[in-house]
Design a protein around this ligand. Structure first.
Ligand SMILES: [Zn+2]
Length: 333
């Protein structure tokens, strides 16, 4: 612990010498975190993802613990990838709020560092309700895909998972020992393992294959973002306009769950979270000043008839927590 450490300012880090990359795949000491932060001082765009147990609001809301019926929802890892192909996981379980205080919160909340994510809704919900962090400067690839499909007049009732999205762009995904290349099917296998043990991400030491899985997830995201963004620029005919749309859109999309009941898989039917709610997104974006998001641009991507009404609330979860503190599927009625 070093409470006197200077505040970290993204993009303006002063170096006594060239920063050294941490050599570990998971960062669980402040010393390694400082190394990572000094390295990230160089970066204007990074990919970010979180892993945790039943991420969304969890048992905390507005800084207060809710009833003790089910204590759930905990951010365990924050994975970060850079343009050089370097990726690492920060152990939030071990470092706690300190990890954010030392600089990660500043990076997340800074407009000067773009965070490329894929579906940030549950992550943003967990960050806000567990740590009071409100990320800015986000580029959400899942949302970009929705906009691209809409500009091509395709249906967008459902959002795409990251594996599907990556393979649709023929981007090679990493491989994990024991699982091979992370395909949609492999992801499903790993997710089945998670859903059987809801505390899997909380275990320490984390199994090496899980760390690797988490880290591999952020590696291809910057390549994906570059390709998708170029496509969006082409369709909209203007780079600045495309950038504005993505930043304002991703900000609004990340806030999608904030005012709703917990959307974790213990509180609602997880599959319902894959529906795209154009109404809620449009409502948030209509509040953005026109100089930041011209109304004609908004109506190009969110002017469909289906955007006139919100989606129905998700149904109940398919899981419950039993007396052994395991999440188990509800018996099929
Ligand atoms: Zn929940």
């Amino acid at each position: 612990m070093n409470p006197g450490a200077a505040a970290f300012v993204p993009g303006s880090y002063a170096y006594a010498s060239e920063p050294q990359l941490p050599t570990v795949q998971i960062i669980s000491t402040e010393e390694d975190l400082h190394k990572l932060l000094s390295w990230l001082g160089h970066e204007s765009i990074i990919s970010v993802d979180f892993e945790g147990a039943d991420l969304s609001k969890g048992a905390w809301r507005n800084g207060e613990k809710l009833g003790s019926h089910v204590d759930h929802g905990r951010i365990c890892l924050m994975q970060i990838g850079t343009r050089q192909g370097f990726a690492v996981a920060v152990d939030i379980m071990m470092l706690g709020a300190r990890a954010f205080e030392l600089g990660l919160a500043m990076i997340l909340e800074s407009d000067r560092v773009v965070k490329v994510v894929h579906d940030f809704r549950q992550d943003a919900d967990a960050l806000k309700h567990q740590y009071g962090i409100e990320p800015r400067g986000i580029f959400d690839c899942q949302l970009c895909n929705v906009f691209l499909r809409r500009l091509d007049n395709f249906r967008t009732n459902y959002v795409l998972g990251s594996s599907k999205l990556l393979s649709s762009y023929r981007i090679q995904q990493g491989s994990v020992a024991g699982y091979g290349v992370v395909t949609q099917e492999q992801k499903q296998r790993i997710h089945t393992r998670f859903s059987q043990d809801r505390h899997l991400w909380e275990r320490r030491p984390l199994p090496a294959d899980m760390v690797q899985y988490a880290v591999e997830d952020v590696k291809p995201m910057l390549q994906l973002q570059q390709i998708m963004f170029q496509e969006l620029v082409q369709k909209l005919g203007n780079q600045q306009v495309a950038w504005q749309l993505m930043l304002e859109g991703s900000q609004a999309y990340a806030a999608d769950f904030l005012d709703l009941e917990c959307r974790c898989r213990l509180c609602c039917d997880a599959a319902a979270n894959a529906r795209f709610d154009g109404f809620r997104l449009k409502q948030r974006l209509q509040a953005v000043p026109p100089q930041r998001l011209p109304p004609h641009l908004l109506s190009r991507v969110l002017g469909r008839e289906e955007d006139q009404e919100p989606l129905t609330a998700p149904g109940p979860s398919c899981f419950y927590v039993n007396s052994m503190d395991e999440s188990v599927p509800l018996p099929i009625q």
